[in-house]
Design a protein around this ligand. Structure first.
Ligand SMILES: NC(=O)c1ccc[n+]([C@@H]2O[C@H](COP(=O)([O-])OP(=O)(O)OC[C@H]3O[C@@H](n4cnc5c(N)ncnc54)[C@H](OP(=O)(O)O)[C@@H]3O)[C@@H](O)[C@H]2O)c1
Length: 221
């Protein structure tokens, strides 16, 4: 069997990132992670290399990317809790600033494949989300993540890399692993939820297969 690729995961301590990390290791990938707090994870897998950071500096990203064939980011602009007006706990340009550095390091190290989570409602998918959801994006602390995901997508578009911006609908924690479905331009009209487990399975599939390069698929179940 061909040797599995080594992937750098950013966001491995988040709700989606933790599932992604476990799934990647279970499937035999070699994984590097760059995290703020290693205590959030159960470590010890021989295929896992852990790098710590406080500020996601370019040099730290470069060190963590050594030997990798692909990068996945599930970073988020998070709030203190899921209430839409809950205060942000992340700077509003964190995603785009970090992706800008990632793209630079990818180019320097010749890493072509970059997959990151964006969201349904970003870019040309804004017109397709329900009006009530657009209202929340425009009037609550959900908005900054959508705005910064849009900048991330622009950075990726101009990167020259083999990028995919995955736009999930609302994420839920469920152990059921239904294959994610894909929609472009509201065709077909997506369902409103997707489990994080299905999302991470989709991401690993497309990282390796090279599907959806230069595209922003909406994913749902
Ligand atoms: N939630 C949804 O329904 C939904 C819908 C559509 C798209 N998405 C997208 O899906 C992705 C994953 O979402 P999620 O809800 O699973 O994410 P999450 O649990 O909020 O995870 C956030 C991740 O970002 C990191 N992070 C946040 N602020 C940071 C900072 N200032 N510095 C460094 N790292 C920081 C966290 O690191 P720490 O653990 O160190 O804090 C964590 O790894 C995101 O890109 C999100 O926009 C989510």
């Amino acid at each position: 069997m061909a040797e599995k690729m080594r992937i750098l995961i950013l966001g491995a301590t988040g709700r989606t990132g933790k599932i992604l990390l476990n799934q990647a290791l279970e499937r035999g990938y070699k994984v590097n992670i760059l995290v703020r707090d290693v205590r959030k994870l159960t470590l010890g897998n021989p295929n896992l290399l852990v790098f710590e950071t406080k500020l996601f500096k370019e040099a730290e990203i470069a060190e963590a990317m050594q030997g990798c064939n692909a990068v996945i980011s599930t970073l988020n602009i998070s709030r203190i809790n899921d209430f839409p007006w809950s205060p942000l706990r992340t700077p509003i340009d964190f995603l785009s600033r970090t992706l800008g550095k990632v793209v630079k390091v990818c180019r320097n190290q010749g890493v072509k494949r970059l997959v990151f989570t964006s969201a349904w409602g970003v870019g040309n998918s804004r017109q397709h989300v329900p009006a009530w959801f657009r209202w929340f994006v425009d009037n609550s602390n959900i908005g900054p993540a959508y705005a910064d995901h849009a900048i991330q997508e622009e950075i990726a578009t101009n990167s020259g890399l083999d990028w995919t911006a995955v736009r999930p609908v609302g994420l839920i924690n469920s152990n059921t692993l239904k294959p994610a479905k894909v929609s472009f331009n509201n065709q077909p009209k997506p369902g409103l939820i997707l489990s994080r487990k299905s999302l991470t399975s989709f991401i690993l599939r497309i990282v390796e297969s090279g599907e959806f390069i230069g595209e922003s698929p909406t994913v749902y179940s």
